[in-house]
Design a protein around this ligand. Structure first.
Ligand SMILES: O=C(O)c1cc(=O)[nH]c(=O)n1[C@@H]1O[C@H](COP(=O)(O)O)[C@@H](O)[C@H]1O
Length: 235
């Protein structure tokens, strides 16, 4: 079975997000990121869960282990399905995130998937080399962070689809590869640097694709969602 597409609800208000979802007849896998969460807080997550949607809470935590532990302990109570941290925070921080989720979980609830951002899909080779001053290439840096996440016991990573085959080869099949930077055509990449079509992402081994503006900014979001779905599901 093909996995669902994660739709990035990058809206400023809960009302806009809910209005957008009204056009769809089925429950979706949605992503709540910083824009929406910082303005609406936990209530938007509760609302989306009440409407039957699966929720990836994308807050990309990156802080000292104790702070990340406590933050995750609180977030675990929201009943989300997936959360993330930055792998650059290190193994101890990622382990603290995992412990926080376990300790904060309500009785009988399922543990959310915990994944780590490797290198943002808006980052280029040039940025990694000259601004991060990395001695590793972008791809080696993604692999390095993915190995740290695996060592810390996380469920997977966020990377671009273009690194998915390399990670599958080196890390195996039992690791979630969540890949944003998805575009249907060669057209507007916006601020994304490492992009792929849904079908290429699938061929390269992505577990889930994350799609925002291609769907949310289309005049007909349902039709755009179906186009992404068709491309993602075809062989
Ligand atoms: O963690 C993420 O979701 C994320 C990581 C990353 O490396 N790149 C990335 O684009 N994202 C998120 O994925 C979404 C992509 O949106 P679009 O570029 O509009 O499809 C945004 O909500 C980003 O915050």
């Amino acid at each position: 079975m093909t996995r669902p597409i994660i739709v990035a609800l990058d809206f400023a208000t809960k009302e806009e997000a809910v209005q957008f979802l009204h056009s769809f007849s089925e429950p979706l896998f949605v992503k709540v990121g910083m824009e929406l969460y910082y303005q609406e807080g936990p209530s938007v997550v509760r609302k989306l869960k009440a409407l039957g949607h699966a929720v990836f809470l994308d807050l990309k935590l990156h802080d000292i282990p104790n702070t990340v532990y406590s933050a995750m302990k609180g977030l675990a109570k929201l009943g989300v399905d997936m959360v993330n941290v930055h792998a650059a925070g290190g193994i101890e921080m990622m382990q603290a995130a995992k412990r926080g989720l376990e300790d904060g979980l309500a009785e009988g609830s399922e543990l959310p998937k915990l994944i780590a951002v490797t290198q943002l899909t808006s980052s280029s080779e040039e940025l990694v080399r000259s601004e991060q001053k990395s001695e590793l290439s972008l791809r080696d840096s993604v692999l390095h962070y993915a190995k740290l996440a695996q060592t810390a016991g996380l469920d997977g990573v966020v990377c671009s689809s273009l690194e998915a085959d390399m990670l599958r080869e080196n890390i195996g099949d039992d690791f979630l590869l969540v890949t944003p930077g998805i575009r249907l055509t060669e057209g507007n990449h916006h601020d994304q640097k490492r992009v792929a079509t849904p079908n290429l992402a699938k061929q390269l081994g992505s577990s889930y694709i994350v799609v925002g503006r291609t769907i949310t900014q289309d005049k007909n979001p349902v039709a755009a969602y179906r186009s992404v779905q068709n491309d993602w599901e075809r062989d």
